[in-house]
Design a protein around this ligand. Structure first.
Ligand SMILES: NC(=O)C1=CN([C@@H]2O[C@H](COP(=O)(O)OP(=O)(O)OC[C@H]3O[C@@H](n4cnc5c(N)ncnc54)[C@H](O)[C@@H]3O)[C@@H](O)[C@H]2O)[C@@H](O)CC1
Ligand SMILES: Nc1ncnc2c1ncn2[C@@H]1O[C@H](COP(=O)(O)OP(=O)(O)O)[C@@H](O)[C@H]1O
Ligand SMILES: [Mg+2]
Length: 294
């Protein structure tokens, strides 16, 4: 693509965070619907849900297969839960769609993917809600893989969409086409622009792009190379998106604050043994540090 009109890195400033107003209530700070989890991977969607609350979401509801719901409900009493139908493997079937659409209508943002699992039914379900729901959506993990199973993975988003692939998932999104060495940002920027979505290429120095702007994040550390760190990021971005900033800004500020929380955790706990749930404890300090800097 033509890079000459693109705003890269230094010219892309971090967005401002509004102070919470004195006379406000939970309905002012976004209703997050987090969809995911499956047998053996119930923790992932809990990490997403708790992260969203820690990042200021007013209300968070976790929708998960019915056999997983009792487990998820025990993790954090502040999260509400919904039991969705499941197939014989305990995964969400296509017919969970109507119930999801109904709850999504009353939500400000949907986060989908962590721990969802893989099946043909899930591929159909995710593709359907990606195209049909108008609600802004953060798409991660197995929801990205589900989109990757169709011919043009990112086509026809029904509303604002932020996708957060790690390199393995990005390869699936790019449908395993030859990815030019060192030029993944260009490929991602092109995909984002063509489809009107925001892509977050996760890893060391996560990159955020909507095709017009490219932001390269400088927070974070290898202590974050631990299971579930990405599930936390999904909740962080969802919470910010639910608080009324744009999809690009939510993704950009989300990766920055998530990395900063990781840096604060590494300073106290140490970068070798920190785990994803530790990040949750440092999100609030990351917010405060960011506010003080401005
Ligand atoms: N506590 C839980 O329940 C957890 C559940 N998880 C879920 O497990 C499912 C599978 O996700 P996974 O991501 O583990 O599996 P994937 O098969 O999607 O990805 C793992 C592979 O991706 C590649 N990869 C990832 N990061 C990379 C990097 N920075 N550089 C190069 N290659 C990289 C590597 O080849 C790696 O083996 C998802 O649904 C996910 O949400 C994970 O989030 C971990 C925690
Ligand atoms: N070496 C690293 N430096 C900075 N951040 C990292 C590093 N390794 C992983 N991360 C961050 O941790 C998260 C890992 O996400 P992901 O691979 O989806 O993990 P999971 O699926 O286990 O939650 C991403 O936000 C990524 O940027
Ligand atoms: Mg992940």
């Amino acid at each position: 693509m033509d890079r000459s009109h693109r705003k890269d890195d230094a010219s892309v400033a971090l967005p401002r965070l509004q102070q919470r107003k004195t006379n406000s209530h939970k309905g002012d700070y976004g209703r997050v619907l987090a969809i995911g989890g499956s047998p053996g991977m119930s923790g992932s969607i809990s990490l997403t849900g708790v992260a969203s609350l820690r990042c200021g979401a007013g209300l968070t509801t976790i929708a998960t297969p019915k056999s997983v719901q009792p487990l998820v409900a025990q993790v954090e009493p502040s999260c509400m839960t919904i039991a969705l139908p499941e197939d014989r493997s305990g995964l969400l079937p296509m017919h969970a769609r109507d119930q999801i659409a109904k709850v999504a209508k009353n939500s400000d943002v949907v986060a989908v993917g962590p721990g969802l699992g893989r099946s043909h039914g899930l591929d159909m379900l995710v593709q359907d809600i990606y195209c049909d729901l108008k609600t802004p959506m953060v798409v991660d993990a197995d929801a990205i893989n589900a989109l990757g199973s169709r011919e043009n993975p990112l086509a026809e988003p029904g509303g604002p969409r932020v996708l957060t692939p790690h390199p393995g998932e990005f390869r699936r999104l790019a449908r395993d086409r030859e990815l030019p060495k060192g030029r993944w940002t260009d490929v991602a920027a092109d995909m984002a622009k063509r489809n009107g979505v925001v892509l977050v290429l996760k890893g060391h120095r996560t990159t955020v792009t909507d095709g017009e702007q490219v932001y390269s994040n400088e927070t974070g550390n290898p202590g974050m190379a631990t299971a579930g760190a990405g599930d936390v990021l999904t909740g962080v971005i969802a919470a910010l998106l639910g608080q009324g900033i744009s999809a690009f800004e939510a993704a950009q500020l989300g990766v920055y604050l998530h990395g900063l929380a990781g840096d604060l955790a590494a300073k106290t706990i140490g970068g070798d043994g920190m785990i994803a749930s530790d990040l949750l404890d440092y999100l609030e300090s990351a917010f405060q540090q960011h506010r003080r800097r401005r």
